[in-house]
Design a protein. Structure first.
Length: 283
């Protein structure tokens, strides 16, 4: 097995393994590399749906995504990316084509218990474009001026699925009325103990304890700290890649720029923490 860093601060690549046959001793350095580098790439895997689910469950509890229309018909814990891109009239469905491409985000901030991780397995990759971009949440926190660190200490943000822009196209109509949930904006990672800026400009609706104008201004200001020099890793996909990212300390977005007539298809799982981690995160 070979483990090597990819971006300057985040991103790590593992080659020379078959995740189907990994024992616990083989998995331990992979999990640690992921904690250290936020985004983990495992190359050249040949997986059936059950293999992908079984491997994903080593990271936590795999749960179905709230977007019901994009669930795998036989396996609700699997979300399909890039499937049914065109409607019956041949029009491109932008919500599917550009899923994850509207801006930098962290998955599941709308949930009281947000996804610990998201993992994708690449089945089809276009001839050009279609990368996924990642950025380091620890670096964003470290870059905040002391004035902002103090202002944010102990402060919660309120988050919903569609955020201030109310973007809910992938949800069924009956699932669109989302109640805001609160999360500390400065987040101590339950496993690494490091502090990060827990932030998502597309899902945050307000910062608690501030009037609307102050809250909106702070939301805009925080967005400018998310992406730090050297904090990025850009993933160029190959068929057979598994990529998992840590939603507790990173941001990502899809480039959303590939030729729409070509296939770009992934299986995707949403992973929550094991019960013990969830208790730590809530403490
Ligand atoms: O398709 C991608 O590159 C990432 C999309 C995304 O944001 C997600 O799956 O959470
Ligand atoms: Fe995402």
């Amino acid at each position: 097995m070979h483990i090597r860093p990819m971006g300057p601060q985040i991103g790590v690549e593992v080659t020379g393994v078959d995740v189907k046959t990994l024992d616990d001793a083989g998995f331990a350095p992979i999990y640690q590399a992921w904690l250290d580098r936020n985004v983990l790439v495992v190359r050249e895997q040949e997986l059936k749906l059950e293999d992908f689910l079984r491997y994903s469950r080593r990271f936590g509890i795999v749960v179905p995504h709230p977007s019901k229309s994009t669930r795998h018909p036989q396996s609700p814990e699997i979300t399909l990316l890039g499937v049914n891109k065109f409607d019956a009239e041949g029009r491109l469905n932008q919500a599917i084509y550009r899923r994850g491409a509207e801006g930098w985000h962290t998955d599941g901030a709308y949930d009281a218990d947000p996804f610990k991780a998201t993992q994708l397995y690449a089945l089809a990759i276009p001839s050009r474009g279609g990368d996924t971009l990642f950025a380091n949440g620890y670096a964003a926190y470290a870059a905040l001026p002391d004035r902002l660190k103090q202002r944010l200490e102990g402060r919660n943000g309120a988050f919903t699925y569609g955020g201030r822009g109310k973007r809910t196209a992938l949800l069924n109509p009956e699932d669109r009325d989302w109640q805001p949930v609160l999360h500390p904006i400065v987040r101590t990672h339950p496993e690494t103990g490091r502090r990060s800026l827990y932030y998502d400009p597309g899902k945050i609706v307000a910062i608690e304890g501030l009037d609307e104008a102050e809250s909106d201004a702070l939301i805009d200001e925080l967005e400018t700290y998310m992406i730090q020099p050297d904090g990025e890793y850009r993933h160029q996909w190959r068929v057979g890649d598994i990529v998992i990212w840590d939603n507790r300390c990173s941001y990502h977005r899809a480039a959303g720029d590939y030729p729409p007539e070509e296939d770009r298809i992934h299986w995707r799982v949403s992973i929550k923490g094991f019960a013990a981690e969830r208790r730590l995160a809530a403490a």
